[in-house]
Design a protein around this ligand. Structure first.
Ligand SMILES: [Zn+2]
Ligand SMILES: [Zn+2]
Length: 289
């Protein structure tokens, strides 16, 4: 941060007598024109300079004359370049997108900055950001383009499969690894639900998440979840209850049929079969016959 001065407050000094004094009077360095010599500060020669934009600042002579990282303006040049960069990438829309860019930044930190405390739940567990969203500068742009603007300020970024990566589903890395688009904007409520319905459940030697089981069993994920809670998380009871729905198809021994259909095939009263299915697994209920 360079302090700006008022032209009326400037106090000039005479040049020192010694030969090595580097007189830069009237010279111009990029946007900065030398107004005059202020004097010495900590043995450094300090000069007043006026920027093309009108601001007056003071600097040590080497700050403007050095070859690398020289000061080129009062600070206006950097601000212009920064806003140009943002505009170029479509990020400088007041009130919008800047927040999305920040969300992208914290996602990157969670996965790649081992110094932050969230890292242990993400990067340390092998959660990655895919190539398209990870690359410098454009990663952020791609991320925003793929997800669109955040619908409301209550929304944040959510992984659809909570064990998956932050992946776009279409870049080289995603295609190679078979990663699907795994992100969406979601409210905290939706995210918590997502976490609950992503619980992995093993049933009949098959492991799927709760949401997938719910889909297979043609029952709402929330219904299945409340059923699991009611049955003290006894998976068999919870997963097999949906089959008691009218006309629900039951899959058994690689075949699919309705309860009535199965009763017919097994030559048993549908009511009996239904009753058995209430307290037993499908196998047990069918084998008993
Ligand atoms: Zn300036
Ligand atoms: Zn990708």
């Amino acid at each position: 941060m360079i302090l700006q001065l008022n032209e009326n407050d400037l106090i000039f000094s005479k040049f020192p007598k010694h030969k090595n004094f580097n007189d830069i009077s009237d010279k111009k360095f990029n946007r900065l024109k030398v107004l005059g010599f202020k004097g010495f500060e900590n043995k450094n020669a300090v000069w007043y300079l006026k920027c093309d934009c009108g601001n007056i600042i003071k600097l040590v002579s080497y700050e403007v004359s050095r070859k690398r990282r020289a000061t080129k303006s009062c600070g206006c040049l950097n601000r212009e370049l920064a806003s140009k960069r943002l505009k170029k990438h479509g990020l400088l829309i007041p009130g919008k997108r800047v927040r999305e860019a920040m969300i992208h930044g914290s996602m990157m930190s969670r996965c790649y900055n081992s110094k932050i405390k969230e890292f242990k739940y993400y990067g340390a567990k092998g959660v990655k950001v895919c190539q398209r969203w990870r690359i410098d500068t454009y990663g952020c742009i791609n991320f925003i383009n793929d997800l669109g603007n955040r619908p409301t300020n209550k929304h944040s970024i959510d992984r659809i499969d909570v064990e998956g990566n932050y992946s776009c589903g279409k870049c080289e890395e995603c295609v190679e690894n078979g990663w699907k688009m795994n992100c969406r904007w979601a409210t905290i409520k939706e995210q918590n639900r997502n976490k609950r319905t992503n619980v992995k459940i093993t049933y009949n030697n098959e492991t799927k998440c709760l949401a997938e089981w719910a889909e297979i069993l043609n029952v709402g994920a929330e219904t299945l979840l409340s059923r699991l809670k009611k049955n003290n998380f006894c998976i068999h009871k919870a997963l097999e209850k949906p089959i008691l729905k009218k006309n629900i198809k039951i899959s058994f021994a690689g075949d699919l049929d309705t309860l009535i259909g199965w009763a017919g095939r097994l030559n048993v009263n549908p009511k009996t079969l239904r009753r058995r299915l209430k307290n037993k697994t499908i196998e047990e209920a069918f084998m008993l016959l």
